[in-house]
Design a protein around this ligand. Structure first.
Ligand code: DOR
Ligand code: ZN
Length: 333
């Protein structure tokens, strides 16, 4: 059995810099027509100059692949003139509460101080992508942040707000209530719960922010995605860290799913008997919600066994060393 996907998109991706960028970016660029690139570099992407430099670096390592990096700017207070200048170079601004995850120290500390920037974004139709977690108890962080989302959605009704990598039943329910709110869902949060991370031997490769939640939460995500909710887009949140930063004291957060994303998505959609809904999850919903037209790129997936490499460079991928039952057809294979 085979399935053809038109212009698959990854609406939330970490590509890093330097050698890591060189290692991971081509893996996404060969399977996807485009991806929304996160700005949480060591020095955050928060100026027009850093933005164009980062885009150039990405384009260089992706070579001839038909692939659009949809760039994001790291959210900080911006003046109207600054946003007017970058408007056509970004798909949105990514807001991190300060210190909530990897390289987010320069994020927002006081939400009452950002209203002017949000107003400019609304006026210029620049979407707001949000890492929605408080600094509360780890299992409650996303639920507690819903109050912030509600204020944003109500006070800026024309601002497109994207709840990134939602993991809870509450988030699904909240998102459905406001027309200006969308969400991304990762592959791993459709597949694992907290039990997979710490229920047996601890699995550093499955540790991420937001942490995987309960079976009920995963069930709510799966029901929403497998029923074809048009507000939900695929965003892998593929977040590579070298093995020595995962298997150590102070394990870095992030699951590296880029090389297995499409095969595993095909696999879980096929298991649910809803392969016909994969196209909208990995492309059409995003095109409509963001009003984008990615390059035309057809990716064929076939039911075929392969074993995921244990390592890509220094990074252990999701399902490393394990057998998958769907594969991306590659030219010449
Ligand atoms: O697990 C995560 N890793 N969550 C994030 O929000 C950031 C990401 C990263 O950059 O490593
Ligand atoms: Zn992320």
């Amino acid at each position: 059995m085979s399935i053809i996907l038109d212009s698959p998109l990854d609406m939330h991706l970490h590509l890093r810099e330097g050698e890591m960028l060189q290692c991971v970016a081509p893996l996404t660029a060969r399977d996807f027509a485009g991806a929304v690139v996160m700005p949480n570099l060591i020095s955050p992407v928060d100026s027009e100059h850093k933005l164009s430099q980062y885009r150039r670096d990405i384009e260089r390592v992706c070579g001839q692949e038909l692939f659009t990096p949809y760039m994001t700017l790291f959210f900080r207070p911006y003046r109207l003139a600054e946003l007017e200048k970058v408007k056509d170079q970004v798909i949105g601004l990514k807001l991190y509460p300060a210190g909530i995850t990897t390289q987010s120290e320069a994020g927002v500390t006081d939400f009452s101080e950002i209203e002017e920037t949000l107003q400019h974004m609304q006026d210029l139709s620049i979407p707001l992508l949000v890492h929605g977690e408080t600094s509360g108890f780890v299992m409650d962080r996303e639920r507690e942040f819903i109050e912030v989302y509600r204020d944003l959605a109500v006070n800026f009704p024309k601002l497109h707000i994207i709840m990134e990598h939602i993991t809870t039943a509450d988030s699904v329910e909240f998102m459905e209530r406001y027309d200006n709110v969308s969400a991304t869902v990762t592959l791993h949060h459709l597949m694992i719960t907290l039990d997979d991370v710490v229920g047996g031997f601890m699995q550093p490769d499955l540790f991420c922010k937001p942490i995987a939640k309960t079976p009920r939460d995963r069930g709510a995500l799966r029901s929403a995605v497998f029923s074809g909710n048009p507000r939900i887009m695929f965003g892998s949140d593929s977040a590579p860290h070298p093995r020595h930063r995962k298997e150590c004291v102070g394990c870095a957060a992030g699951v590296f799913t880029a090389p297995v994303a499409l095969p595993l998505l095909a696999q879980i959609f096929a298991e649910e008997g809803c392969l016909d809904l994969l196209q909208s999850f990995v492309s059409d919903n995003a095109c409509k919600r963001y009003r984008i037209s990615p390059p035309e790129k057809r990716i064929t997936l076939t039911e075929k066994e392969w074993v995921v490499p244990e390592l890509y460079g220094t990074v252990r991928p999701f399902y490393g060393g394990e057998r998958l039952f769907w594969a991306v057809n590659r030219d010449g294979e």
